[in-house]
Design a protein around this ligand. Structure first.
Ligand code: DLL
Length: 430
């Protein structure tokens, strides 16, 4: 099923012509941003230099840190008056990336979500529970408007209150569920304990964090759904960038709205289809915040098999990152954020270690923190107070519950070279 068959199946010359036209427009739009104006001037490139899609390789790359440097509105290409919505990423040291949307951007975005939903067979006959955070996180409002666009009955349930969520699935006859794979797993366990089979559910759409095919199998069995992978990032509107079709063999990237490349993260050399590397995305229709060759940090490859569904190129499911960003229960966390929080607490000593594991299918983060000697002698109640303070500060900045153990000064490993303060034990434990 197609939402926009002509665009979704565009191939060959016709597609290239559209991509070039939109790429030129994006460059012109980017030139309105002082950062890009300078960058393009320095490299002596303008939209006139783009004649074929390969010419995109001439453009400079954009990094996440460039965007952070523009906080808050340095990357907006339109007057603030034309911005109708703002979302933000969680950011590294308290300064998030601000993403602005014009009305046109919101229309474009809901069109992409409408395509995703239609691609997996959903229609106005479906009842859709959107069990993700409805705040600055793009998964909530992003999916919401796309689902309304195709006329589904939308339940904006948000996260939490899991028993109530399960009652709603049963009472309202929910057929399609969207959430992070971790929350889906939790939901399935609570449903099991409540003794319900969630009979109405048919389709599960999960994303915002990596999840394996093993986990897909478990979720499908426990929830009784066919599960689809959904990829996106705030900088590219949010979800809606790439999505699995019914074949479930790679994610279709919406080729009329994004131009994708894979590079070697160390040399920045452009790689061929079938070669794994870092995904670089150039949005082709983003008005408020155009970006040129944005380094996503995500590792994947372009798949060139002709998909039986008739749509364009796909990427392989995402397995890792080229930087140290951790995705924990769908929330992006940089070790530098943890460090920032800990260093702002006077009782905290020199070293800390972060352990990430997956326990009962849910990500858990435990942090061992050294306490300064003068605070370590104190009463147990003092230590409890310090522990609570650290947990609270981490929750405030990361929006994530963590376990914190206080340890004696000089008991944690010291590093001679690069510190390796994060031990991710999740491996393939999905
Ligand atoms: O996670 C947008 C989104 C919402 C996608 C709902 C899908 C569903 P950010 O919070 O900016 O945006 O995080 C983007 O999350 O660069 C990846 O590292 C990771 N990520 C997102 N989707 C997937 C996925 C949203 N399907 C970052 N598989 C990205 C693996 C994913 N990692």
């Amino acid at each position: 099923m197609f939402w926009n068959k002509e665009t979704e199946t565009l191939k060959g010359d016709k597609l290239e012509k559209l991509q070039i036209k939109r790429l030129k427009w994006t460059i012109t739009q980017a030139e309105k941003i002082p950062f890009y104006k300078k960058l393009l001037n320095n490299s002596n490139i303008s939209s006139d230099d783009i004649r074929k899609t390969e010419d995109i390789h001439k453009l400079p790359l954009t990094k996440k840190t460039d965007l952070q440097g523009g906080y808050p509105f340095g990357f907006l290409a339109v007057p603030k008056k034309e911005i109708v919505r703002i979302h933000t990423t969680s950011g590294t040291t308290g300064k998030p990336t601000v993403v602005g949307y014009t009305r046109q951007d919101l229309d474009n975005w809901s069109e992409l979500i409408a395509r995703n939903l239609t691609m997996v067979g959903l229609t106005a006959d479906d009842t859709f529970q959107n069990a993700v955070n409805y705040g600055l996180f793009t998964g909530g409002l992003g999916f919401h408007y796309g689902a309304e666009k195709i006329g589904m009955t939308v339940i904006p349930s948000g996260t939490g209150n899991t028993k109530r969520q399960i009652e709603m699935i049963d009472d309202f006859g929910v057929t399609a569920l969207h959430c992070t794979p971790s929350y889906a797993m939790h939901l399935s366990e609570v449903a099991e304990a409540m003794g319900t089979e969630l009979e109405s559910l048919r389709t599960g759409m999960f994303g915002a964090e990596p999840w394996s095919d093993n986990m897909r199998g478990i979720l499908e069995e426990k929830l009784g759904v066919t599960a689809y992978d959904s990829y996106g990032m705030s900088e590219m509107y949010g979800p809606g960038a790439a999505f699995e079709c019914k074949e479930r063999n790679g994610l279709h990237f919406w080729h009329d709205s994004y131009f994708i490349e894979i590079i070697d993260p160390d040399t920045e050399e452009v790689l061929e289809p079938g070669q794994k590397g870092e995904l670089v995305v150039t949005p082709l229709v983003k008005e408020a915040m155009p970006l040129l060759r944005y380094r996503t940090g995500d590792i994947t490859m372009i798949l060139e098999d002709e998909c039986p569904c008739g749509r364009g190129p796909k990427i392989a499911r995402l397995t890792g990152r080229s930087d140290d960003m951790l995705v924990i229960r769908g929330i992006n966390v940089f070790p530098s954020q943890i460090e920032h929080v800990l260093r702002s607490i006077p009782e905290v000593g020199d070293q800390f270690m972060v352990y990430v594991d997956r326990i009962n299918h849910l990500d858990e983060m435990t942090i061992d923190v050294e306490i300064k000697r003068e605070f370590f002698k104190g009463e147990l109640s003092d230590l409890e107070r310090i522990q609570k303070k650290i947990i609270h500060s981490l929750k405030e900045l990361l929006n994530l519950r963590t376990k914190v153990s206080l340890v004696e000064p000089e008991s944690l490993p010291r590093f001679e070279g690069k510190a390796k303060r994060v031990i991710d034990k999740r491996g393939d434990k999905f």
